[in-house]
Write a protein that binds this ligand. Structure first.
Ligand code: G3P
Ligand code: CA
Length: 243
């Protein structure tokens, strides 16, 4: 794939997740305040097929609700509290619709790394509904929206439905043939867990793919310096403020 993204140095993980409740509008606002150029957000579908921004398969950890995201409709989901678990001053924060999260990013001039999660929902439908929301923004996110997934089926469906939308392969193990995965899904970038950039064998392997490397999650200056020596200058961080 042709290089067609204006990558930032800092991508704030789930918004600025250490400073505000993850994947909320507050976390996106905080990321902008901390100087991140982009945010990483997790998207999945509700029972009524609405793309929403939330990380876990279930509601318990980050909301006042319980059960699976895929089993609740969007109206009920967005009535839950998604801030109080983090800090009482965020009481009343909601799980955002993808539409509202992107709208805020557009207003704040933030780029977006959108990770598609498919917890037992139809992959095709999840990708289709997500693209449909993204497409509402026309060219607003041109050069500043990068999809990603651990799931190569998500990436290949993305490639089929939206060939020109850049895709990143998330990697948390080296079991599969990564070169084949990158090529089959026509990926723009690889997003390895930072642990794979801590030993020479996996560093060499990751560098050999010859695509932009966007590690997650980098939370200290020394690691950022070491990455810069490898010419890796974009990373996903929980702590955008310290860089
Ligand atoms: O995109 C990087 C990172 O967010 C992937 O892992 O579990 O935090 O979504 P996770
Ligand atoms: Ca994520």
């Amino acid at each position: 794939m042709e290089q067609c993204l204006n990558l930032p140095r800092l991508i704030a993980h789930r918004g600025a997740k250490n400073r505000a409740p993850e994947n909320t509008l507050a976390a996106i606002n905080e990321a902008a305040k901390c100087g991140a150029g982009w945010v990483e957000l997790d998207v999945q579908l509700t029972k009524d097929n609405v793309p929403v921004v939330i990380h876990d398969r279930t509601l318990e950890r980050t909301t006042s609700g319980s059960g699976k995201v895929k089993s609740i409709d969007s109206k009920s989901l967005t009535s839950l509290d998604a801030g109080r678990w983090f800090d009482a001053r965020y009481k009343g924060e909601k799980v955002p619709l993808l539409l509202d999260a992107l709208d805020l990013c557009q207003k704040l001039n933030l780029g977006v790394n959108l990770e598609i999660k498919t917890f037992d929902t139809s992959i095709h439908n999840t990708v289709l509904r997500t693209l449909s929301v993204v497409n509402e923004f026309g060219r607003d996110f041109e050069e500043k929206l990068l999809f990603s997934s651990f799931n190569t089926r998500v990436l290949s469906i993305l490639r089929n439905l939206a060939q020109n939308s850049p895709r990143g392969l998330l990697v948390d193990n080296f079991q599969s043939d990564l070169a084949a995965d990158l090529s089959e899904c026509d990926c723009f970038s690889i997003h390895p867990a930072i642990s794979f950039l801590e030993n020479q064998t996996t560093i060499k392997k990751v560098l050999s793919f010859n695509v932009p490397i966007i590690p997650y999650t980098v939370n200290d200056i020394n690691t950022a310096k070491r990455l810069a020596e490898l010419n890796i200058n974009t990373f996903i961080t929980d702590e955008p403020k310290i860089f």
